[in-house]
Write a protein that binds this ligand. Structure first.
Ligand code: SF4
Length: 501
């Protein structure tokens, strides 16, 4: 490794403050030897770490554009251990899981497929999320590079997309490897949105299935249909309509009063479906609960909202300081509005086609209003004000019997900021059943037992809510059809259905 940066004070420099007077240069971590990378057409992209379904759909969507892209397998405990072995101490849980998952995959290519480490470094590129933080997120790329170097893959290229800045192809990448055209983004967004919609329906239906595994099998069938539609450039709208027929075939008993649990918190910990959060969603379902997951579209809408707020703030500053109107942001404003409108349009069309009627894309302005008296809206780290907003929303709109905020151990924005504020929220709304819980990769027994304790109260609440209702003598068959999705003031799905009659 060669590092060039003259403004970092080394431990050996003692009291010598000479570095303060040097011209500032940027930190660069370059491979120790020059690497002749493979040409663009031979380059293979790796990524992953979203939900299982979305990872697979994104792979199909990007392959359909001619991009050689592979979604890595779901990160598991072995990935975490590999991440710990090659990563620095004190990193966030998602880094250990995702870095370890990448190293584990590359080791497998080397040891089982006989591809040399040199060839892997030349051909493969890892795509990941990045950002300046202000938490440890800003260190992710450096962490990846360190772990890759120590694992024998020094120089493997990394390209990032930053949730608030766009795409950074990486300093080791001379030519743009992926052409980020409108088609690329639209295809990618469609895969994410369809994944969100099918996931939401899966979480609504699985707890009530009469035949264990029937929802998962149906979702797998839908995934195959959507993947084929991407490859064969068929209508995704018609495909979603076909998925509706598949889902309609599942037998449900929706009149079981189950605790409804909203799972939110730090983006990765709340979204991942595996060892990264001790399989929280499946654990809750096995314990007799129904989960409200956090779709990826929520994070996307927050990023767009944050970008709009920044434009507004810079325009206001310009007007206040110079007394003139600032029109330099008009193009960006139009782009953001168009982006938001496109996301909403695709979501609405696909949701209607498959039969998801009662889910609405989050209104970030409304959520900001809920949280603004608790949380500084300009503070963007992690999920920003969303965690606080979700808890307030859940109480005010009676959306769940329990809200779990899950986050990696010591997560700066989530544990240190949002959870600190949540104690004020729960003091003002004593009826809130709220559990903030951290994951560290180890300690599953402790984690599950805390969830069980909070769930006990939630189950009682669901039962009482249901038993307080007058059950009609005649129950129409439509209540067991997933397409019947009434909305009213009840939190539990069974209570909501009875109330609607
Ligand atoms: S949001 Fe939390 S888990 Fe994610 S990088 Fe920041 S500190 Fe780490």
């Amino acid at each position: 490794m060669s590092v060039t940066c003259n403004t970092i004070r080394s431990q050996e420099s003692g009291d010598n403050l000479e570095f303060l007077h040097k011209e500032i240069s940027q930190w660069r971590e370059n491979p120790s030897q020059k690497i002749e990378y493979a040409p663009k057409k031979e380059t293979i992209f790796l990524s992953g770490g979203l939900t299982l379904l979305q990872d697979k759909l994104i792979e199909s969507a990007l392959n359909s554009l001619g991009i050689h892209y592979i979604s890595l397998p779901n990160p598991n405990f072995a990935s975490f251990q590999t991440g710990k072995a090659f990563g620095n101490r004190g990193q966030c849980n998602p880094t250990y899981f995702t870095v370890g998952n990448l190293v584990k995959y590359l080791q497998k290519l080397r040891d089982e497929q006989g591809i040399s480490a040199e060839e892997i470094v030349k051909k493969y590129v890892y795509v990941t999320a990045g950002g300046c933080g202000p938490c440890r997120f800003g260190m992710y790329i450096t962490e990846y590079k360190k772990a890759l170097r120590d694992a024998g893959f020094e120089g493997l290229r990394i390209t990032t997309f930053e949730h608030n800045k766009g795409i950074y192809q990486g300093e080791d990448i001379d030519d743009a490897l992926i052409e980020y055209t409108p088609t690329f983004f639209i295809t990618l967004i469609k895969a994410v949105i369809i994944g969100d919609i099918i996931n939401i329906l899966g979480y609504k239906m699985r707890p009530y299935e009469l035949q264990a595994g029937s929802v998962d099998r149906a979702i797998e069938e839908c995934r195959t249909l959507v993947s084929d539609a991407f490859f064969q450039k068929k209508s995704l709208l018609k495909t979603m309509w076909k998925c509706r027929t598949i889902l309609e075939g599942i037998k449900l008993n929706r009149l079981q009063p189950k605790a409804k649990v909203m799972v939110m918190g730090e983006f990765w910990a709340a979204m991942t479906e595996g060892d990264g959060n001790y399989n929280l969603h499946r654990f809750l379902e096995a314990e007799g609960a129904e989960c409200i997951p956090q779709p990826i579209i929520n994070r996307l809408m927050l990023s767009l909202w944050e970008a709009e707020q920044k434009l507004y703030q810079s325009e206001t500053l310009q007007t206040e300081s110079t007394g003139t109107m600032d029109f330099s942001n008009v193009k960006s404003r139009v782009m953001l509005k168009a982006g938001k409108a496109a996301v909403k349009l695709y979501f609405t069309l696909y949701a209607k086609a498959i039969g998801l009627h009662d889910y609405h894309i989050p209104d970030i302005d409304k959520l900001a209003n809920y949280s603004k008296s608790y949380y500084t809206l300009e503070c963007e780290a992690g999920e920003g004000h969303l965690e606080v907003a979700h808890l307030v929303e859940s109480v005010k709109e009676n959306l769940a019997h329990l809200v779990i905020s899950v986050k990696p151990f010591g997560c700066m924005p989530s544990s240190s900021v949002s959870d600190g504020i949540q104690s004020l929220v729960t003091a003002r709304f004593p009826e809130a059943n709220f559990l903030a819980i951290e994951t560290s990769g180890e300690g599953a027994a402790n984690f599950h037992s805390r969830v069980q304790m909070a769930l006990f109260k939630a189950k009682q609440a669901a039962k009482e809510e249901f038993e307080a209702l007058k059950i009609p003598a005649y129950i129409p068959q439509k209540v067991h059809n997933y397409l019947y999705q009434p909305t009213n003031a009840k939190a539990g799905s069974a209570a909501r259905l009875i109330e609607s009659l």
